[in-house]
Design a protein around this ligand. Sequence first.
Ligand code: NAD
Ligand code: ZN
Ligand code: ZN
Length: 327
Amino acid sequence: MPEPEAGPGQVLLKVTAAGVCHSDIAVMETPPGALGFELPLTLGHEGAGTVAALGAGVTGLRVGEPVVVYGPWGCGLCAMCAQGKENYCTRAAALGIRPPGLGAPGAMAEYMLVDDPRHLVPLGDLDPVANVALTDAGLTPYHAIKRALPGLLPGSSAVVIGAGGLGHIAIQLLCALSPARVIALDVSPEKLELARAVGAHETVMSDEQAVIGVRKLTAGLGAQAVFDFVGAPPTVAIATAVAGLEADVAIVGLGGGAAQVGFGMLAYDAAVRAPYWGSRSELIEVLDLARAGEVGVHVETYGIDEAPKAYERLHAGRVNGRAVILP
Ligand code: NAD
Ligand code: ZN
Ligand code: ZN
């Protein structure tokens, strides 16, 4: 790709790191006509870089400054954007505003254009390679967990399904933010080992026995919060079956599963929701947690020419933690 130029109001970044998300595989598996944007597309919705050039009128940033990209770009003007929740912008779709790597050119390139300086968060002394994944694999679970925190009292349990890129950070966030006992589920023994290493108190194989296993660990009561980072039919079934009274169930994964919700199908007063990414202020909070040493991403790195290999490994379930591309 030719090196882009920063137009008025834009910021050009020299990319230092780009995270590899399972959502990219969903993009690759979608027929081109159904994507809602034109191909080719430069992937990479987790991006870090240094400011390479400022477009006309841009102030408040200096060339060379290290930053991460807040990916869910919105209009900046609607009620949601006014609260920093550009992930829930009410006008982005109508205006054709798309996140980098999910419609706009993303971070898997030497240079990347950012449409507005408000989409950038200064990285300070945080390492870009170690922390780039916090922009999505950290921010998305953080946003999902924050809403469930009032129910995560001492003695409560939280279930994390899928201890991959998002899940292994979710476990650390739960440990940092709540006194809940964290129970991690996955289909792979290596992922369960990683889950333990990052703080999960219990691990359970995600199979036909999983619901019984979680019920046993919670004295038959189920969990107060459940985070499904797979979202496939079998995991959504587990997620709702292990939800206890008044539980909060967040379906984060794009696996196409649907929850059965109706009287008698779910514990009394349990709620199921499907959150998307997070707000700009939440990203700042996640970076502050990293600065405090409360979260650390397990990273494997690849040169940009090796990016297809990273995706192959992710697709095969062999990436432990997050793969990061170094352009
Ligand atoms: P990943 O591949 O790194 O992790 C997925 C994990 O799930 C792996 O450890 C895998 O072994 C495990 N797994 C697979 N099948 C399982 C099963 N049946 N039971 C339990 N565990 C199972 O993926 P990721 O990058 O962490 O993304 C996770 C999901 O979240 C993807 O579907 C992605 O598209 C989605 N996502 C959603 C949002 C959002 O805003 N809602 C944001 C980012 C990613
Ligand atoms: Zn993602
Ligand atoms: Zn908006």
